[in-house]
Ligand binder design. Sequence first.
Ligand SMILES: [Zn+2]
Length: 93
Amino acid sequence: MRDVEEKDLILHGKRRKEEALKPLVEVRKCRECGEENAPIAVYCVKCGKVLSFELPREEMKKRDEAIRNLTQKSEEATKRLENLERRLKESKP
Ligand SMILES: [Zn+2]
């Protein structure tokens, strides 16, 4: 349902496409001012400092870990759901 609303907002121009896509795109956060720059940015658009190339690697590590955690959680949730469904079926006459 949420997806439909999102697309609707984009279609009607109430929300810019870039804005909606922002969370999906890797950003390079400036260490100096915290400004979020484009993934290909070399300099910070706000303060002009050179963006570190180490950051994406760190971010990748963090992301890998987050994905691993999420996968684990979703597997756990699936198992729990299967258990619940089984119990529900068993309790039906
Ligand atoms: Zn900056």
